[in-house]
Write a protein that binds this ligand. Structure first.
Ligand code: DGY
Length: 325
């Protein structure tokens, strides 16, 4: 029997997913640890039945046409799906898999770490030691706002935002505000209050973005949004860089419109080494490592492989985490 052909767009995916696919499919791998160039994607995808992709691969109509009509499933090792043209996939009746839920805890942990690193100036303080600036314990040196008693605003209360809020309860925050289309039942667990975005921006000491990137959220954090925030506000983004107007954020950080920012995502990624953001003491930047817990990445890879196998060997109804198109 002919085994299905699957393209894997990166060489260093966790072996658990790779082995699962190799057992049942003929696998074509982009053999480099860098993202597959567009031209290689367009050529390697031809005639495959399934694709294992990452958030760095833009899968649009051109790519799907290059693949051919036999393509049955595209599974992304990510919860974000803004790199996939969902309409084009739906039109061709291609099943889509993603990894919701699996990376919730890891990303929430990282969000809290970034929040603390930014507010309590951990990176800046660490660098200060190496620069010889630590002369003695000092009553006012390297102080930053604490979480206890603060108001935290979570923009886009989904799985990750909810888990962040639950973690933050342990830090004795005073109030958790959130934005969302609907009132979330689970918010009662941490006393979360649904409010309009403007009110959240005006009253939060910490603004945490966990919303998905959509046409509504693209560039949502622009000059007007930063101007509404408190001067003492700390802005954290773990969603996608494109929800932020980055030049406006840079200005807001430079001229004191807000106090500081912690970013796990930005535009572009990787951030160019000459970016002005990297020169600011009040901006902590991480290289998109929200889900980078070992077990999480292994499980993301296992589920991505299973999503593909369900469609190509079993039944689409057996996909562990299908995206409803
Ligand atoms: C995702 O899966 O979309 C995350 O951004 C990766 O950490």
């Amino acid at each position: 029997m002919n085994r299905p052909k699957v393209l894997i767009t990166r060489s260093d995916i966790p072996t658990v997913g790779l082995n699962l696919l190799k057992e049942q499919c003929d696998v074509i791998i982009w053999e480099k640890p860098e993202p597959i160039p567009r031209s290689a994607l367009l050529s390697k995808i031809q005639n495959v039945d399934g694709v294992y992709c990452l958030l760095t691969d833009k899968i649009d109509a051109e790519v799907l046409d290059a693949a051919g009509p036999q393509l049955k499933v595209v599974a992304s090792m990510s919860v974000g799906v803004d790199h996939l043209d969902l309409q084009a996939l739906k039109k061709r009746n291609i099943k889509v898999g993603y990894t919701p839920g699996i990376l919730t805890d890891a990303t929430a942990e990282l969000t809290v770490a970034l929040l603390l690193a930014t507010s309590r100036r951990l990176i800046e303080a660490n660098r200060a030691i190496y620069k010889g600036e630590w002369k003695a314990w000092s009553p006012t040196w390297m102080c930053g706002p604490g979480l206890s008693g603060s108001t935290v605003g979570i923009v886009g209360l989904g799985r990750i935002g909810t888990q962040v809020a639950k973690c933050l309860k342990g830090f004795n925050v005073n109030k958790i505000l959130y934005t969302s289309r609907n009132v979330k039942q689970e918010a009662s667990e941490f006393g979360g209050e649904k409010v309009e975005l403007d009110l959240l921006l005006q009253t939060s000491d910490f603004v945490i973005v966990t919303t998905a990137l959509t046409t509504e959220t693209r560039q949502m954090f622009n000059q007007s949004a930063f101007t509404k925030m408190k001067k003492s506000a700390i802005f954290i983004n773990v969603s996608r860089g494109e929800v932020v107007d980055q030049p406006a954020l840079l200005e807001a950080l430079k001229n004191g419109t807000i106090q500081a920012a912690g970013l796990d995502v930005m535009t572009p990624e990787p951030i160019p080494l000459n970016s002005e953001l990297l020169k600011l003491n009040n901006c902590v930047i991480l290289p998109h490592i929200g889900s980078a817990a070992i077990e999480t990445r292994e499980e993301m890879s296992r589920i991505t492989a299973k999503n593909i196998i369900a469609v190509l060997i079993g039944k689409p109804a057996e996909m562990p985490t299908p995206l409803q198109l």
